[in-house]
Structures are given as C-alpha cells and as structure tokens.
Write a protein that binds this ligand. Structure first.
Ligand SMILES: [Zn+2]
Length: 305
C-alpha cells in the first residue's frame, strides 16, 4: 500500500497494552503523540530513538489524546529522557494534577502509570502546528469523557486516539456508571462523520483509509449498545480484563472471583448492571473471552492469546 501519510508523519504501531506512538517531525522540533503503557516504556524509548522516529534528535513536545494508562504510561520516562513539555486535553489536566486514580482508571481498573504533570493545555478548536502541519483539537468524549482527537484539514488526517478504530472504538462505561458516555460517543462519531477524513491514525491498530466503513461499523456498534445497554457492561469488563491479563501475563483461574470482587471497575459495573455473584461474573468473562479467542486456559491459568 502507498503510504497515505506525509513524509514527516511516522506511526509506531504498537499493540493493545501500548497505544501507537505518532511522531510528527519538523526542523522546528519533533512532537510525539501518546506514549504507551509503563510496562513497555523501555521499548517505547528504544522505538522513539530509532531512525524512523527521533533518531537521537530532541523532542520538543509530548501530547496525549487522552489520559488512559496505555496512552500516557510512558509520559514520565519520555519527559525524563527528553526533558520536554507535556500537553494534555484541557479536561484531563485537572484530573492528572490531582492524580485521581479512579477517574484515570488506574488502580480502579488494576492499571498503573507513573505520575507526571502537565505543562500545556490543549483547548478544543485550537490549532497547533506540529510536524509542519496544522492540527485542530476536536473534543471527542465517549470512551474517555475528557478525550480529544487531532484533525489536519490539509491532508485530511485524523489522529483518533480511542474514539475511532478501524473496527470499533475504546470501551464505553455503561449508563449505570456514566449516564452520559454512550450518548457522547454517538455525538463524537457524528462530529467525526462531518469532517472530511481521508486517513485515520488510530490509537491501536494500523493506519487506515477506509474511513466510511469504519464509521459505519462504529455507528452500528453504538446502535447495538443503545439497544441493549447490558452489552456495554459486559464489553467494558471483557476489555478491561483482557488488558489486565496482558499486563499481568497470566492469572490463576481460581483467583479470578476474588480478583473481580476486589477491583473497583468490575465491582461497580457488576453491581450497577449485571448483579452476578463474583463466581458467576468470573465464569461469564472467562467463557466469553475464551469463545472469542481473546484468552486461553492452561493448567488452571488464564493466559492472553
Ligand atoms: Zn483509552
């Protein structure tokens, strides 16, 4: 495939535990969007130092689309190495300043990230020049109510974070936990559908140009969630458990009921939406994740696939 991006835009495609790192090169100084999960920070630094990214040159700014652990977990390490300012969506900044670990889905979702502070705010509708390109900050609440995406009208590029992937988007909190989230996700998709987008750089997965079908899938998924909000609860918990499993590498199946009972996001979503016993909840999650091939069971252990 012909590279659909201008030559100064480089995407380090990562995995589910670490979000993609986007490098916007310029003679005026390079900018990086999103920093990955803390577990992979050494790899993130190595990739950023490669000739495809910064190649030993300074970094003038680190930017986050939103402050989930897989997007900002490398912030502290990158700042330590490059001594660069960090720019955050304006609504994320106070949450990061307080280091509200529940709102940031850290210990609340059995995740972790080294603490850091913000230096600059990204206000919605402001335009920033990064990598010699103009990027408009577009509010993108839903998966994260404080998230933004970045849009370049000249090349019609969207840096979408977790607001739009080729197949879906980041999990949404069910109405019992956040009554506004699903409606916000739909409104964000409608905003994105209004933009003239040629290519999307998602937070996870490859860069894609089939934007219309991706939006159609995202709308269809939203409709399915709206029809049966309980699906949202199951989906969110499956995504969080899969992430935790990648982070922990393996979990004892026999520990799982105690685990889901001890982690806030499982407890709250279960109490608000599913009302299963801890054993039933653990069984349901293992069964559904095994069926879809996200996890496997081996000698009493649950492993990621
Ligand atoms: Zn996210």
């Amino acid at each position: 495939m012909v590279n659909p991006l201008p030559p100064q835009v480089h995407v380090l495609v990562r995995d589910w535990l670490s979000a993609n790192n986007i490098v916007l090169q310029s003679r005026d100084g390079h900018v990086v969007v999103d920093s990955g999960y803390v577990k992979h920070e050494a790899l993130t630094l190595e990739l950023l130092a490669s000739k495809y990214a910064l190649g030993g040159e300074p970094l003038v700014k680190l930017v986050n689309t939103h402050c989930h652990s897989d997007h900002m977990g490398g912030n502290a390490a990158i700042r330590k190495k490059y001594d660069c300012p960090i720019a955050l969506p304006e609504d994320e900044a106070p949450v990061v300043a307080q280091w509200d670990t529940k709102a940031l889905l850290l210990d609340y979702a059995d995740q972790t990230a080294p603490r850091f502070t913000a230096d600059e705010l990204l206000r919605r509708d402001d335009t920033h020049v990064w990598g010699d390109l103009e990027w408009r900050v577009v509010a993108a609440p839903g998966h994260d109510m404080r998230a933004v995406v970045f849009y370049n009208p000249e090349h019609r590029i969207l840096i979408s974070g977790d607001a739009l992937w080729e197949n879906g988007y980041g999990f949404i909190m069910p109405p019992a936990i956040d009554p506004l989230a699903l409606a916000a996700a739909r409104a964000t998709l409608e905003t994105l559908a209004q933009l003239d987008i040629r290519v999307v750089i998602p937070g996870h997965g490859d860069v894609f140009t089939n934007v219309e079908p991706a939006l159609a899938r995202a709308f269809a998924r939203t409709e399915a969630f709206e029809a049966v909000p309980e699906r949202l609860a199951r989906h969110a918990l499956k995504v969080v458990l899969t992430f935790c499993l990648l982070h922990r590498e393996r979990m004892l199946l026999s520990d799982l009921p105690t685990y889901v009972d001890s982690i806030g996001v499982f407890r709250d979503i279960n109490a608000g939406c599913l009302q299963l016993s801890a054993i039933e909840l653990a069984d349901m999650l293992v069964h559904e994740l095994t069926r879809t091939g996200a996890v496997k069971q081996e000698n009493g252990w649950l492993l990621p696939c």
